[in-house]
Design a protein around this ligand. Structure first.
Ligand code: TTP
Length: 407
C-alpha cells in the first residue's frame, strides 16, 4: 500500500523556527518528527512512501529534506502552495494513486500503533484520538456506532471526545470529493471538507486510539513532545564521560558525545551525538541537546530543546526555551523564564498573544542567531532567524528575521 506524508505546511505558528526548518523536521531527541513516522512505516513493511513538500521552499529547508535520502523507499513530491491546504496537498498525487492509500500528517507525534490500527480497518478510515479537551480540535461526530458522520471544527458542544487524528486510509474516490470542495474560511482547501462530503455517500470507519498523540503546532509543544519521548526511552551511554562528572537519573548520551570534568547532569536528559559538554556545566531535567552542540563552562540548561550545531559556550542560563539550529549565545547571555507577577507567559502567535499555559517559559530563538556578551532575553520573546543582538542588550520585544537589535 502506498503511504503519503504531508509536510508542505507553512507552520506559521512555529515561527521563527520554521523560517529555516520545515515543521515536520522539528527535533525529537536526535531524530525528527517525520523521520520517526517514516521509521514506523518501514517497520510495518510499507515500501512505497511519498512525502509532499512545498515547491516554494526557503533554501535552508533543503538540508533537512535531504535527510530523507537515507530512506531508500521515500519519494518527494512538490505541492504548489498557491493552492494551499491539506486537500490541495493531495492534488499532485492524483496520477500516482490508483488504490487505497495511507495518509499521515507529517507533524504528528504518535506511536506505531496509531498507524497499525488504521491499516487493520477494512473500510476507508480515520484515526479518532480520545482526548479530554475535544473543543480545541476537529471533533468526530459518529453515526451507526463507528462511522464518521462529520468532522466539526472546534465545536462549542462536542458530540464526542474523539478528534481527527490526522491519519487516514482512503481510496482514490477522495479525489472526486476534493474536486467538489471550495476554499474554507481560512482560505485553504481542507481535507476535512472533502471527508465530510465523502462521509455522506461512503463508510469511513472511526478507528479509536488513546496512546501518545500530539500535533506539534506551537513552539513550546516541541518541549512537551520531547519530554514525552524522553520519558519512555532508556538510559544509554555511548559517549565519553570524564572523571568528576555526576550523572543522576536517566541520561542518554549518544555516540562521540563528551562530558567534561565537573559537569552535573540531572536526568531525564538527552545529550546528542558529537556534543561537547563542560567542564562545569549544569544540565537539569528535560534538557534536550540534539547533537553537535557545545555547552560550556558555568552554563546552566533546564527543560529546553537545543537544536543541532547550537553553541552556548560560556556563563549562560537557558531555561524552558527552544533554540533552533546553529545559534551562538555570547558569554553571559541569560534567558529569563519567570515573570515577576508569576503569571503564565504569553507568546505572539500569528499576531495574537497566546498563553503558553506555563508559568515558566523562556525564549524561542530562530536559526543562525548570534547574541553578543551579556545579553538578557525576557520571557516569551521570539528572535527571528539570522538576527544579531548587540552586546549588553535587554531583549524586551520580539526581534524580526535578520534584525540587528540594539536596546
Ligand atoms: P496544518 O497543521 O494545517 O499545518 P500548517 O503548516 O498550515 O500550520 P500553521 O497553521 O502553523 O501554519 O497541517 C497539517 C499537516 O499537513 C502538516 O504536516 C502540514 C501539512 N500540510 C501540507 O502538506 N500542505 C498544506 O497546504 C497544508 C495546509 C498542510
Amino acid at each position: 500500500m502506498k503511504s503519503v506524508i504531508l509536510a508542505a505546511g507553512k507552520g506559521e505558528r512555529l515561527d521563527p523556527l520554521t523560517q529555516t526548518r520545515p515543521k515536520a523536521f522539528m527535533p525529537i531527541l536526535g531524530s525528527t518528527v517525520i523521520e520517526r513516522i517514516i521509521s514506523f512505516l518501514e517497520e510495518l513493511s510499507i515500501k512505497d512512501i511519498i512525502v509532499v513538500v512545498s515547491k516554494d521552499l526557503p533554501v535552508e529547508y533543503n538540508e533537512f529534506i535531504y535527510k530523507l535520502n537515507k530512506f531508500s523507499n521515500v519519494k518527494i513530491v512538490m505541492q504548489d502552495t498557491r493552492l494551499y491546504g491539506t486537500a490541495a496537498a493531495l492534488l499532485p498525487l492524483r496520477s500516482e494513486i490508483n488504490d487505497s492509500f495511507l495518509l499521515i500528517y507529517g507533524d504528528l507525534l504518535i506511536e506505531k500503533e496509531a498507524i497499525e490500527n488504521i491499516l487493520n480497518s477494512e473500510y476507508n478510515s480515520i484515526l479518532g484520538v480520545e482526548v479530554n479537551n475535544p473543543k480545541d480540535y476537529g471533533v468526530l461526530n459518529i453515526r451507526d456506532q463507528k462511522f464518521l458522520d462529520k468532522i466539526v471544527e472546534k465545536p462549542e458542544n462536542p458530540m464526542s471526545n474523539l478528534i481527527n487524528g490526522g491519519i487516514y486510509k482512503l481510496d482514490q474516490k477522495i479525489f472526486d470529493y476534493i474536486d467538489k470542495i471550495g476554499k474554507s474560511i481560512r482560505g485553504e482547501y481542507e481535507l476535512p471538507d472533502a471527508l465530510n462530503l465523502m462521509a455522506t455517500e461512503n463508510k469511513i470507519e472511526v478507528v479509536k486510539y488513546n496512546k501518545t498523540w500530539m500535533d506539534i503546532g506551537k513552539p513550546w509543544e516541541i518541549i512537551d513532545a520531547n519530554k514525552k519521548i524522553l520519558d519512555v526511552e532508556k538510559s544509554k551511554n555511548n559517549g565519553e564521560v570524564e572523571d568528576g562528572v555526576v550523572i543522576k537519573g536517566k541520561v542518554i548520551i549518544e555516540n562521540n558525545a563528551k562530558i567534561l570534568h565537573g559537569t552535573y547532569i540531572e536526568g531525564p536528559a538527552y545529550i546528542g551525538s558529537n556534543s561537547l559538554i563542560g567542564p562545569n556545566s549544569y544540565i537539569r531535567p528535560y534538557s534536550i541537546i540534539c547533537g553537535n552542540n557545545r555547552i560550556g563552562a558555568s552554563v546552566e540548561i533546564k527543560e529546553s530543546v537545543i537544536m543541532e550545531n547550537t553553541k552556548v559556550p560560556h556563563l549562560s542560563y537557558v531555561g524552558d526555551s527552544v533554540l533552533a539550529e546553529d545559534v551562538n549565545l555570547g558569554a553571559g547571555t541569560l534567558i529569563a523564564n519567570l515573570r515577576f507577577d508569576e503569571k503564565e507567559v504569553k507568546v505572539n502567535i500569528k499576531g495574537e498573544k497566546i498563553t503558553t499555559k506555563r508559568k515558566k517559559f523562556g525564549a524561542i530563538i530562530g536559526g543562525h542567531v548570534r547574541t553578543g556578551i551579556n545579553v538578557t532575553i525576557l520571557p516569551g520573546i521570539k528572535i527571528g532567524a539570522y538576527a544579531r543582538i548587540y552586546p549588553g542588550a535587554i531583549v524586551n520585544r520580539d526581534v524580526q528575521k535578520g534584525e540587528f537589535f540594539k536596546s
